[in-house]
Design a protein around this ligand. Structure first.
Ligand code: 6R9
Length: 582
């Protein structure tokens, strides 16, 4: 993070010259000649400075009890300026890092955007993390400032504060009963700071965010992003999520995950939309109620949530008026064709899958809003991005295949505006993600004759059985079609003859009991639909499956348990109870 932000670079070229990016870039007004591009300016000050949008609601926080608190773009501009000025008064310098450990409350958004105004590097952490994953991340990111609550501070930070050698300032959001030593109240500190702030020149490659993502082994990886990424967030918010300034928009992801920042904060605010801020957990009645009451136009969510809504039954959906929904999109894990078909009925709109990663920063593959969805496909490359498929067995330096049917690892030609620029503290690992100008995603895909991409699996989750490459998702999708099955996870277990043998774990819906007949039915369904090479050899009924906190089934953990291998980094494992949210 050793850049000198005081040196503006006049006319610095954008990383990508495609028309798509140029169109988005043209909508950014920038900080003036030679002063660069700052995310917070594009998301907040640009709208606050325009009489047409200054009084539009930027953030609408909806409490568990249904109470609304609105903040307009003008109010958000003032609060974030106060926050940026406060950081300056505390001696926090551009390039220092600021972490948040907060639920989804307005102070989270003010801290993130105020931090960006002050050119500090922001890392929002998920509030349900325990002390160990928090410590790892604060240490890896050299945290200088932390914004959290009194309760979270007492529980998660106080016990480890002495280990956090770079941490200088802790600001407490919300009510404080008994101010802990070495902390400050955020509200008091903000009220003493001036409500206007001139953003310093910001180079497009100035660091903006660190988003942590779990690897298969070792410590989490801190993907470093830059201000220029706002161009990609804006372009994809408009062209992939179909978002407009007049829309009310809800992204169900927490900003502790890249989706909750890129599309819970940056993308929608860059468009000037009204963002719903909801801190309550999943509840089908409440969720449908929120869509109906807030008249959500555009909704970005995850397959697990959609599958849970599907399980809640059609009558729950039918009891709410969901006609405000114009565009629904999904990300993060495979979106089963069955869920897309359910969505068309229950939500009244098609669910548009999108694919991207913490490292890519923004949507890379999408189902465009104006094209009929092909259920089960992740879609096509967004304009301005070139996706290649690296076929298995091709030499390390062969070029990826660019179109037509192919199967292999998804690769993206560098650069693009929102690409990560490093893994903090592990440049070697960063370098190892690239070959010959391509970023290698680690995901395996199939591409069809229309250049549509179909998810096969993570490179390390894919099963090789009797010479056939088998994607667990394919098998899981078939198993969950059975009315008794709520969820399925499929792994490869070592087999002396076939290399790997396919094993499935299934969780049953309420009202269904494990029986030999049911297992035979499932086996028959799988064989019928998938053929003997792909159907599981073994199906086991379990009470629940291990998930990451972002909702992905941890097949790797199932596999490790099955084979007796080390379980690896479990910091993102969701507790089986379904959540210990603060
Ligand atoms: C945004 C986000 C990235 C990994 C990615 C892939 C999986 C994402 C998907 C999908 C199937 C999709 N993934 N989108 N799998 N279909 N539409 O989720 O980032 O947390 O870094 O996860 O998620 O395996 O490589 P991140």
């Amino acid at each position: 993070m050793d850049v000198d932000p005081s040196v503006p670079i006049a006319g610095e070229p954008m990383a990508e010259t495609a028309a798509w990016w140029l169109a988005a870039r043209a909508e950014m007004d920038g900080l003036g000649a030679g002063a660069g591009l700052n995310i917070a300016h594009e998301c907040v000050d640009r709208h606050a400075g325009d009489p047409l949008s200054a009084n539009r609601v930027a953030l609408r926080a909806v409490s568990r009890a249904g109470r609304r608190t609105d903040m307009t773009y003008a109010e958000l501009a003032a609060s974030t300026s106060r926050f940026a000025n406060l950081l300056g008064e505390l001696g926090v310098a551009p390039g220092d890092s600021l972490f948040t450990l907060l639920g989804r409350v307005p102070d989270l958004y003010v801290s993130v955007l105020g931090g960006l105004k002050a050119l500090v590097v922001v890392s929002p952490l998920f509030a349900a993390f325990g002390p160990e994953p928090i410590r790892q991340r604060l240490e890896l990111g050299d945290a200088r400032v932390l914004v959290t609550t009194e309760a979270l501070y007492r529980r998660r930070i106080e016990p480890i504060r002495h280990e956090l050698s770079t941490l200088r300032h802790v600001l407490l959001s919300g009510p404080v009963r008994d101010l802990p030593r070495g902390t400050m109240r955020l509200d008091e500190a903000l009220s003493g700071a001036a409500p206007t702030h001139t953003i310093a020149p910001t180079r497009p490659d100035h660091p903006s965010f660190i988003h942590f993502t779990s690897g298969t082994t070792g410590t989490p990886k801190g993907a470093l992003h830059v201000h220029e990424a706002v161009v990609a967030h804006h372009a994809t918010a408009v062209f992939s999520l179909d978002l407009r300034a007049s829309d009310t928009y809800w992204c169900t992801a927490d900003p502790g995950w890249v989706t909750g920042t890129s599309y819970g904060i940056v993308g929608p605010l860059s468009v000037g939309a009204t963002v719903i801020v909801d801190d309550a957990g999943f509840d089908p009645v409440r969720w449908y109620g929120l869509i109906a009451e807030e008249k959500i136009d555009v909704w970005y969510t995850a397959p697990t949530a959609l599958r849970m809504l599907m399980r809640a039954g059609p009558e729950v959906a039918a009891a709410h008026d969901l006609t405000s929904l114009r565009h629904v999109a999904s990300v993060g894990e495979p979106l089963n064709a069955e869920v897309v078909r359910w969505g068309a009925d229950a939500l009244g709109v098609e669910i548009h899958d999108t694919w991207w990663q913490t490292e890519t920063g923004s949507i890379m593959v999408h189902n465009p809003p104006d094209v009929a969805v092909v259920p089960g496909s992740m879609g096509v490359a967004i304009p301005g991005v070139e996706i290649g498929v690296v076929r298995e067995g091709e030499g390390e330096h062969s070029q990826p295949s660019l179109s037509g049917p192919a199967e292999g690892q998804l690769a993206i030609r560098t650069p693009w505006p929102s690409m990560f620029r490093d893994y903090v503290g592990d440049h070697q690992r960063y370098e190892s993600c690239f070959a010959d100008g391509w970023y290698l995603s680690g995901d395996l895909v199939q591409r069809d004759e229309s250049d549509r991409l179909w998810f096969v699996g993570r490179a390390d989750d894919v099963i090789k059985s009797a010479g056939h490459l088998v994607g667990p998702f394919e098998v899981e999708s078939v198993l969950i079609e059975h009315p008794a099955v709520a969820e399925a996870a499929v792994i490869g277990v070592p087999d002396p003859v076939a290399g790997e043998r396919i094993k499935a774990f299934v969780v049953l819906n309420a009202g269904h009991a494990r029986s030999d007949q049911l297992l035979m039915d499932l086996m028959a369904l799988a064989r019928r639909r998938l053929g003997p090479a792909v159907a599981p050899r073994q199906i086991t009924v379990v009470d629940d499956l291990p998930h990451t906190r972002s909702g992905k089934v941890m097949r790797r953990l199932l596999k490790a348990r099955e084979t007796g291998e080390a379980e690896g980094d479990l910091s993102t494992l969701e507790p089986p109870s379904g959540g210990d949210r603060d």
